[in-house]
Ligand binder design. Structure first.
Ligand SMILES: Nc1ncnc2c1ncn2[C@@H]1O[C@H](COP(=O)(O)OP(=O)(O)OP(=O)(O)O)[C@@H](O)[C@H]1O
Ligand SMILES: C[C@@](O)(CCO)CC(=O)[O-]
Ligand SMILES: [Mg+2]
Length: 333
């Protein structure tokens, strides 16, 4: 038997990092996906084929006749730790340990703030649980995805696996979520081309919080408040123009506060300012930062903003919200 599952990337519209401290955040699934095939194998081992991920720590040496490969096994194992922990958790849940081969292909840039870790965990949990005959709801998959992130990262709010499993547009707070009405958001995502590790960035914010709680706590509180305000604006009966203007202002404040937490970079801020100068109503980092992506809200100016992002050295992506979260694509008996 073989099962193919897929799960989407996400953008965090408001509230990354502060959500780890129990504040609310707003996120949406987007139309880039990770695909995972799972099937039984005969040798009884867990085998992971990650087709498009760079494995660090590979050394190649060659003489005239031969090529030698040496791998830093520690680093290679670390890169695949989200997939490994996801498989272990499903096997524990099913009370079965079997030889399973998992094969991954992904459209989501890695370490770019678009939730590649959550998508790979959710799609793996979806495929392996179905293979083992476990009937999990999307909420249960989200919870196992959250556990996976906790095991690998040490800290995670759970927002990324929840959005990836459920799909759509969500207001998330401490493990619970509310589905927000679908609104057409004229956004442009800008990718700096560099990456940041969520585990390290979350740890960096934690260090600042522990060293200077009297300064960092009010920043996190402001972030929480602006997310509540953004939810009110999204749900209010305002016309679109006013809604976008208010959301844009809140995005700009959120970016400034993320910069104050130390998770922006020059390239991210360059793309943010270039977008605003090209007419975006708001622009901010999305995801953990330290590289990766920003997004801009640019009604009527999406192509101008995309061009400005390109000129500033970034890669623009015009994406749509994906209504669908985890999807079982194929089951071959
Ligand atoms: N296609 C993939 N195959 C296997 N592992 C992957 C894949 N994509 C992502 N991962 C795992 O996720 C890690 C990156 O996760 P990380 O949380 O640091 O960034 P992100 O999820 O892309 O961004 P953010 O958490 O800010 O949204 C990779 O180092 C790897 O361990
Ligand atoms: C940085 C963070 O807030 C979002 C990463 O997409 C981490 C988390 O919520 O788990
Ligand atoms: Mg991640």
């Amino acid at each position: 038997m073989r099962v193919l599952a897929s799960a989407p990337a996400k953008i965090i519209l408001f509230g990354e990092h502060s959500v780890v401290y129990g504040k609310p955040a707003i996120a949406a699934a987007i139309d880039l996906r990770t695909y995972v095939w799972a099937e039984f194998n005969k040798n009884g081992r867990i085998r992971i084929e990650a087709k498009d991920i760079r494995v660090p720590g590979l050394t190649v040496s060659f003489s005239d006749k031969e090529i030698y490969f040496e791998t830093d096994y520690g680093k290679a194992a670390e890169v695949l730790s989200y997939v490994r922990e996801a498989i272990n958790l499903v096997m524990e849940e099913a009370g079965q340990k079997k030889g399973v081969t998992v094969s991954i292909t992904s459209q989501i840039p890695v370490g770019a703030g678009l939730g590649s870790s959550a998508a790979v965990a959710v799609a793996t949990i979806g495929a392996v649980s179905r293979l083992l005959g476990l009937e999990l709801t999307k909420e249960e998959v989200a919870k196992l995805g959250h556990k996976t992130e906790l095991l690998v990262q040490g800290a995670s709010s759970g927002i990324d696996p929840t959005v990836s499993a459920i799909g759509g547009f969500l207001y998330y707070e401490k493990g619970t979520f509310e589905e927000l009405p679908a609104i057409e958001l004229p956004i442009v995502v800008g990718y700096t081309g560099s990456s940041g590790s969520t585990k390290e960035l979350v740890a960096k914010v934690r260090r600042s919080f522990e060293e200077m709680p009297e300064i960092i706590t009010p920043i996190l509180n402001s972030m929480g408040k602006l997310v509540e305000k953004a939810r009110e604006v999204i749900l209010a009966d305002y016309d679109k123009e006013l809604k976008f203007q208010l959301l844009g202002r809140l995005m700009n404040i959120n970016h400034g506060l993320l910069d104050a937490l130390g998770v922006s970079t020059k390239s991210l801020s360059d793309l943010v300012y270039a977008s605003r100068e090209a007419g975006a109503l708001g622009a901010k980092i999305t995801g953990a930062g330290g590289g990766g992506c920003m997004y801009a809200l640019a009604p009527g100016k999406q192509s101008e903003v995309a061009t400005a992002i390109k000129i500033a050295g970034g890669m623009p992506m015009i994406t749509k919200i994906s209504r669908e979260g985890l999807r079982i694509e194929e089951v071959e008996e």
